[in-house]
Write a protein that binds this ligand. Structure first.
Ligand code: ADP
Length: 349
């Protein structure tokens, strides 16, 4: 069974448990072509070469692994690859594939040139990963029929396809799986000017008028992440709409961001709670991930995947073998003095 999600070429195929909330909102804002995809210049440049080469050979693009924090554009890029290669994209995710048979049925239903997108590929079970190896390498499925002494293996030929895997945790992908991707791309956080471009693009699609300087301000509060930019523009539009304001002023944007708990450097309540906990409960660190998760009532995985990457990138947090420590920048941000003992301990001065 297949659930047709949008246009002819993009399908969410079972086994998929849930369709993400906000899906239609995100769909409406997703760039469809590489030219519309803002930033990630290095990735786009390489992809263009690999796609062009594959087209010239009359082959599908080689399997591609995309990694980076959530909301940076992995799914979008996978769908664009399908679009650029004029291929049908089938969308599923690691946890949705429960049995090797589920994957076998997905693979045998692929048409020549199709793109199979597996989100959260690091969550595939080992038994399922093994089915994927021969599919990726030889476009064939090795199936075991029966059990015990009478068991025999059977090889099923598959049509050539492109597997696009997305993950927030490359470290959790087994080496044999990672080695089977000829193309591996890391998506980076977006620069301020790229984020401004994305905010302006989203505002245009949502038919929101922004006064001068507003896009720039919002762009600085999005954790360098397009999904957050989309969410903020939508919230600011809603706040303005209930006040019958047609154009968004800087004051309206700032008031909305404050109402949402987002400060002027773009950190939200949880970011600040994490930094407060490290500094106030653990003397600036080092503190282990599980202890920090308990202290902030967040899941370890959420801390690691969603919050830490940006705090690290912005220099508020450091990861050391002994645990996480808050940097001097974090103390300054929260307006806290670095106690003398801590100063020596953490910053060696
Ligand atoms: P991920 O799969 O990495 O979690 P998505 O691809 O779902 O992220 O991106 C979330 C949203 O952010 C998309 O719906 C799209 O609107 C926007 N987006 C992501 N990357 C870009 C980009 N490079 N340019 C413009 N918009 C983008």
């Amino acid at each position: 069974m297949a659930i047709i999600r949008t246009a002819r070429k993009e399908q969410t195929v079972t086994p998929v448990k849930t369709v993400r909330e906000n899906d239609s909102f995100e769909q409406s804002l997703r760039p469809r072509a590489l030219t519309e995809y803002v930033g990630q210049g290095n990735v786009k440049e390489h992809l263009l070469v690999y796609m062009e080469a594959a087209r010239k050979r009359g082959e599908p693009l080689g399997h591609t692994l995309l990694h980076g924090p959530p909301g940076l554009g992995k799914t979008t890029l996978a769908l664009i690859i399908g679009h650029e290669m004029d291929a049908q994209v089938r969308v599923t995710s690691g946890p949705a594939i429960e049995k090797p048979g589920d994957l076998a049925s997905l693979l045998t239903n692929l048409q020549a040139g199709d793109v199979l997108f597996i989100d959260e590929i690091h969550r595939l079970r080992p038994a399922i990963e093994e089915v994927l190896y021969s599919a990726m390498e030889d476009f064939a499925l090795d199936l075991m029929l029966g059990k015990g002494p009478s068991a025999r293996s059977m090889r099923l030929e598959l049509k050539p396809f492109t597997l696009v895997g997305a993950t927030t945790k490359t470290g959790s992908i087994s080496a044999p799986l990672r080695d089977r991707f000829p193309h591996v791309f890391k998506l980076a956080f977006y620069s301020q000017s790229e984020m401004r471009h994305i905010v302006e693009r989203t505002a245009k699609i949502l038919q929101v008028m922004l006064e001068d300087g507003v896009a720039h301000h919002i762009a600085g509060c999005c954790r360098a992440t397009p999904r957050i930019a989309n969410r903020l523009v939508r919230s600011i539009r809603d706040f303005a709409q209930v006040r019958n304001e047609e154009t968004i002023s800087l004051t309206r944007a700032c008031d909305t961001l404050h109402a949402l708990g987002i400060d002027d450097v773009g950190l939200d309540r949880t970011d600040r709670a994490i930094l407060h906990a490290i500094i106030e409960k653990f003397g600036g660190g080092p503190v282990g991930l599980s202890t920090l998760a308990a202290a902030t009532a967040e899941e370890e995985e959420t801390l690691e995947d969603v919050y830490e990457p940006y705090l690290l990138q912005q220099g508020y947090l450091q990861r050391t073998p002994k645990g996480r420590i808050a940097t001097r920048l974090a103390f300054d941000l929260l307006g806290l003095m670095v106690p003398e003992g801590v100063q020596k301990n953490l910053f060696g001065m």
